[in-house]
Design a protein around this ligand. Sequence first.
Ligand code: PDD
Length: 277
Amino acid sequence: TVVYLNGQRVDYENAKVSVEDRGFQFGDGLYEVVHIYNGRFFYLDRHLARLQNGAKEIYMDLDFGLNNLEKVCRQAVKESGFNDASVYIQVTRGAAVRQHAFPKESSCTWVVIVRESKGNPQEFYENGITCITVPDERWSRCNIKTVQLLANCIAKEKAKKAGSFEAIFHRGGSVIEGSSSNVFIVKDNKLITHPANNKILNGITRGVVLEIADQNDIKYSEEVFCIDDLFDADEVFLTGTTTEIMPVVKVDGKIIGDGIPGKLTKIIQKYYQEHIQ
Ligand code: PDD
């Protein structure tokens, strides 16, 4: 594991931040997870652009410079020597005496962690996984990738306890997204996923799937659908940096479609694999 703290390479054991860090005290920070396939970043530019947008949304000045962050990410991956890895980027508003209002003089704490990725078991992609649904208890700005992930963590823990891979959030019966993934359904050969608004994180993988659909004449629409549409779908799959294209074969104990990964899901998986080569 390679760690850079505020632009400096540090040993894993010595990589420490202040007890007054606003990320620690207030969840006042942003993060990204980027995948490395065959030693190459998968859309680092899009992840950095999303980080920049998030910073704007929460009035955080990325004082270290985005170019500098990109350089450090590339350097850290090179030094790691890993071919398949995940890069965790976290940026907080820095350390200051605790008070809610933003400190006048603090500088960002920024961290890059490169870890070898083993990926999910191959059988998950081949046979599909199961999900549960849970009420969405998060705030109304889920388009921002903040480190305030407690509601997501509670949801994931519920899924784990239920023997499921993922928890799918719903709000008043509308399907929103997974605790760490986006949700697609297939109905009559058309992909449907929640619109990219304040209720979901606009996933990079979600975007790649929509591009794949565009390039291959696969119909899709970004619209709100309900839990019954999820249960009645021909196919369901999840997307995400660490999730990739994950077929869902059961939700809340109800079998989806034929109970095996669907036709369009497999086609998307194939194109995605070609994409990451
Ligand atoms: N999670 N929705 C949520 C709530 C997420 O946390 C994520 C990613 C996604 C998918 O986004 P992307 O395709 O850009 O990875 C959707 C990351 C991987 C995580 O928290 O580990």
